[in-house]
Structure formats: C-alpha cells, structure tokens
Design a protein around this ligand. Structure first.
Ligand SMILES: Cc1cc2nc3c(=O)[nH]c(=O)nc-3n(C[C@H](O)[C@H](O)[C@H](O)COP(=O)(O)OP(=O)(O)OC[C@H]3O[C@@H](n4cnc5c(N)ncnc54)[C@H](O)[C@@H]3O)c2cc1C
Length: 479
C-alpha cells in the first residue's frame, strides 16, 4: 500500500535517512546511537509532538528508579522476576537481551556525562529490590541525550505529530506522515523508529482497551498526556503484531486531592485501604510496596467512584522514615475518633467502624517489623492482610483519599531483540523499529523500575540496528 493522499504536501526539506518518532529517552537514545554509529552525512530527524521546552514525554517527569544494585549490576533475579511477574508471558529472549545490554548502555550514558547513585532508601519503606537513580532525575538524561543529538547534527521537529506510516508497494516502510502547524506533510525516510510512548494520554484508546470508566483515569504526570498511541496504532495498521497486556497498565496509588506530578502514597501497607462503604477490598500487605503498588492502585480504581481511603492510626508516625513514602503536598485528614474521621472523609461511618473492629480482632500476635515482610497477618478475614497487620486503635487517626493514576499502558507493538517490529506473520516489517513504552512488554504485574531501563537499552539497540542497516545499504532487519 502506498499512502499518497492529495491533502498531504510532499516536503523534500523534511526528508531523512531515519525518522525517530518521540523525544523521550527511547527516541533520544536511538537518535544519538544512529548519529554516533552511522557517521557523517546520515540525516536523523526526531519528530516530537510537544514544544522544545516540554520535550521528554513521560521520561521528563519520571523518578527513573532503575532496578540495579549499582550502576553496572542488575538487581538480584532481574530476568527471573520480570518473567515471573508476567506469569511467563513476557518474551524471555527480549528480557535477556535487556539484561545483557544494561552495563554497556550505562557505560555509554556515563561517557556522555550522566551520573548515577544508589538510593539507600526509597519511597518504598520496605522493598524487595535495590534501586539506582540518575543524579538530577530522568530529566537530566533527557537533557544530556538531547544536547548530544544536537551536537551530532540531529534535526528536531517540535510541535510535530506523526499520524501515519508511509509504506511502498513492496510493503516496506518509506516514511511517516506528520501533522505540523495544522498541515499534513509526508516525510520520506529509509527507516522509521517508533518511540512515541503508550496511549495513556488518549481517553478513547484507554476506554477501548481498559474498559468502561477507564477514560476517567488521569496520567500521573503532564508528559503522559502527549502519549496518545498514534505510534502503536500506525504500526498495527500495517500489520504489526500486538504484544503486552492490552487490558492493563502501570498504575500509581496517589493522593486524590493533589494535582502535583506523581503524588504517591506508598505507606499504604502500614494501614488499611477502604472504599466509600468503609469496606476493605485488597490485601494491603501481600508484598513489599515496590512489588505490588500497581496492583493496589488498580484495585483502588475498581472501587465505587474510583476512590479509596488509606486509614492509619498514630503508630504510622513511628515507622522509620515514613515521610519518604508520602509524595503528596497535602496533609492527611486527621481526627480523634474513627467516626469523626469517616465524617471528615464523607464515607460510611458504620462501615468503617465495623471494618476496623473486625480487622483489629483478627490479628496474630507475631511481632511487627516495618523493615521486612514480617508475617504479622490476619487470621481469617477476607481479604486477608498478610504482613504488617497492626491494630488501628491509637488516635489521632489519619487518612489519605486515594485515586489510581495511570503511569503507562502495557499494550504495544512486538519487536525482536534487535528492536525490529514483528508482523502478525512472524517476520519483520522492513524499515520499522520500535523502542520504549510503545512496545508491549508487561503482563499482570509491573516489575518496578524497569521501564526507563528498557526504554534506554532498547532505544540504543534500535539506533544500532538502524545504523547497521544503513551501513549495509539494506533496511530489512532480522533478529
Ligand atoms: C511520574 C512518573 C514516574 C515514573 N517513575 C519511573 C521509575 O521510577 N522507574 C521506571 O523505570 N519508570 C518510571 N516511569 C515510567 C518511565 O519513565 C517511562 O515509561 C519511560 O520514561 C518512557 O520512555 P519513552 O521514551 O518510551 O516514552 P516518553 O518518555 O513518554 O516519550 C515519548 C515521546 O513521544 C512523543 N509523542 C507521542 N506521540 C507522538 C506523535 N504521534 N508524534 C510525535 N511525538 C509523539 C511524546 O510527546 C513524548 O515526548 C515513570 C513515569 C512517570 C510519568
């Protein structure tokens, strides 16, 4: 199929060897790697929906926790955790390549000036796996990569949204149609790299794939609003294979009252979560907060009016570093009795009081230990609380109204471990690569602190695959 509509203006000035869609860490990593490895004369163009000032997509706002023990060492069981969390559905070969390429990618980022440090503590008061972060946050990686791309002569087209892939008569991708300044333009390129994020910014797609009511989900940061899923859609339109769990997403349990980016409340394992009826609905202590916060956030989303309340008593204040688990700018609602707390929250007071009474009466005598999975659990109530079950009986009582916010969607495009987009028939689509959130990797439960890593590593791999293809004069890329 060749898309040559009469309303699109052919624009030779925009032609490039490689067009990269999206200016997050995946797109920037690809653009820099192509420009470095393919050498002089190779024309790379980055297309970005936002302005230059807002560039960086979700990456710009990201905490960028990396699932690493130190800069070059993966956290224990990195591959096994990722496969296990997906219940065996994520592509093991893809994850193994990710793991294998982490040290080289970190080294390369270091050579560009990025610095990293291990976090002694995180927002997760009890955690299963260590975390490393870039000094200056993920926005520093965006700035470092964008500056390097500019030095290398990569052309940036801001306020330009890719809307459709161009495909020649042989089925090879030959460019991309963009909307720029209200006009459609066709940009011809030998290779297109899709790195335009998920579809968390598109209520229509969210409702289509996540179900009724999902259109009310808010992205956890302003960057997510620009990720409207066109990159995924345009690939599916030409026969790309879908991958990842389309009906799910990475979610964050956040303070419903706060409008700041990512106002997470990660201390929920130290209290209970109730809905508007005052009823519990999830095992708050099933696992450490780093390993189950997205399951808990999605459970909150499924409650009446998509709201829940994290309830604590005064003992929360004795949990070491509890403030680290609260990213909201809003103070908790506070009251001297549970009845007064329910009234202040506007929830069912009888429901809350009877839930707390049943919960308090059902707790084992195992000693409490906030620093590890302590096995202090409930005996028979449903849902159970499997760890950190302490009576809620010491005023003042505290509460945070909680809502689920969407970090990114799981459904996306399947690629090989060389970042070449796979077709529904199992071969690769000539001239098309993809990296980052737009690729479908996750199922069931998000293995925390792996999305920036996969975006960085596979952005780099996509760039290297493109550079190899350009050097060989071919654009067909096999895994
Ligand atoms: C608040 C927050 C905290 C997070 N914390 C962590 C964490 O601690 N650890 C972790 O691993 N992950 C974390 N994540 C997730 C992670 O940051 C992202 O999944 C990752 O950065 C995505 O990178 P990307 O390059 O694929 O996409 P993005 O960074 O989202 O980049 C996509 C770009 O494509 C552009 N775009 C979209 N559509 C088009 C189009 N049609 N045409 C042109 N341009 C387009 C967008 O404007 C955007 O700039 C967090 C995310 C958020 C929002």
């Amino acid at each position: 199929v060749t898309h040559k509509p009469s309303d699109a203006v052919p624009d030779t000035a925009l032609d490039a060897d490689v067009a990269v869609i999206g200016c997050g860490v995946a797109g920037l990593g690809a653009a820099v790697s192509i420009a470095e490895e393919a050498g002089d004369g190779v024309r790379v163009c980055v297309l970005e929906r936002s302005s230059k000032e807002e560039r960086g997509g979700n990456s710009r706002w990201s905490g960028a926790h990396l699932r690493l023990a130190d800069e070059y060492t993966l956290a224990p069981d990195f591959v096994e955790d990722m496969v296990r969390f997906s219940r065996g559905l994520s592509d093991r070969a893809y994850i193994e390549r990710l793991a294998e390429r982490v040290p080289e990618t970190m080294d390369w980022l270091g050579s560009l000036g990025a610095r990293f440090r291990r976090l002694p503590r995180t927002t997760f008061l009890t955690k299963a796996r260590p975390r490393v972060v870039p000094v200056g946050g993920c926005v520093s990686l965006v700035d470092i990569l964008a500056r390097r791309a500019e030095e290398l002569g990569v052309r940036f087209e801001y306020e330009t949204a890719a809307v459709k892939l161009l495909v020649d008569d042989a089925g090879r991708v030959s460019g991309v149609r963009v909307r720029q300044g209200g006009q459609l333009r066709d940009l011809r390129a030998r290779i297109v790299v899709i790195a335009s994020g998920g579809f968390e910014g598109n209520p229509e797609m969210i409702t289509q794939y996540l179900g009724p009511g999902a259109g009310m989900l808010e992205p956890v940061s302003p960057g997510g609003r620009n990720n409207k899923g066109e990159g995924i859609r345009m690939a599916l339109e030409i026969g790309a294979r879908p991958s990842g769990e389309w009906g799910s997403f990475h979610a964050s349990p956040t303070d419903q009252r706060s409008s700041q980016p990512e106002p997470s409340i990660m201390v929920f394992p130290h209290g209970i979560l109730v809905n508007r009826l005052g009823e519990r609905f999830v095992d708050e202590g099933a696992d450490t907060a780093d390993e189950q916060n997205d399951i808990v956030a999605r459970a909150i989303w499924r409650q009446p009016d998509q709201i829940a309340y994290a309830i604590f008593d005064h003992k929360l204040l004795s949990v070491p570093y509890y403030q680290d688990g609260i990213w909201s700018d809003r103070r908790p609602v506070e009251a001297e009795s549970l009845t007064a707390l329910a009234e202040a929250l506007g929830i069912d007071s009888e429901g809350l009081c009877s839930t707390v009474a049943a919960f308090n009466a059902d707790i084992t005598s195992t000693p409490f230990d906030g620093t590890r999975l302590d096995g202090k659990k409930t005996r028979s109530i449903r849902p159970p609380k499997s760890n950190w079950a302490q009576a809620i009986d010491e005023p003042p009582f505290l509460a945070y109204p909680m809502m689920c916010r969407i970090v990114f969607t799981y459904g996306g495009i399947a690629t090989t471990a060389d970042a070449a987009v796979l077709s529904n028939d199992g071969d690769v689509i000539d001239g098309l690569l993809a990296a980052g959130e737009c690729t479908g990797l996750y199922y069931h439960k998000y293995p925390g602190a792996t999305s920036v890593l996969r975006s960085l590593v596979y952005g780099r791999i996509a760039g290297q695959t493109a550079a190899r293809a350009l050097a060989g004069g071919a654009v067909a890329m096999q895994s």
